[in-house]
Design a protein around this ligand. Sequence first.
Ligand SMILES: [Zn+2]
Ligand SMILES: [Zn+2]
Length: 70
Amino acid sequence: MINSTAELEVIYRDGAYVCSACGHEFTLRNSCLRHFYVHTGETTCPICARKLSHKSHLKRHMKNVHNMPM
Ligand SMILES: [Zn+2]
Ligand SMILES: [Zn+2]
């Protein structure tokens, strides 16, 4: 598990975007950036695109803000 986001970067290699933390490859740079949430625990609300500091907060956010319990 990575504690610092400073170690996370997108590496472009052989036509693919690679996560510097786990080596996972993506065809789109944005997909790779979004994948970083896996390492940082951060997530984004699929409805209002608000950034949440942890995945567990999303459940509460969905219920309180969008009235949509997951
Ligand atoms: Zn990764
Ligand atoms: Zn939201």
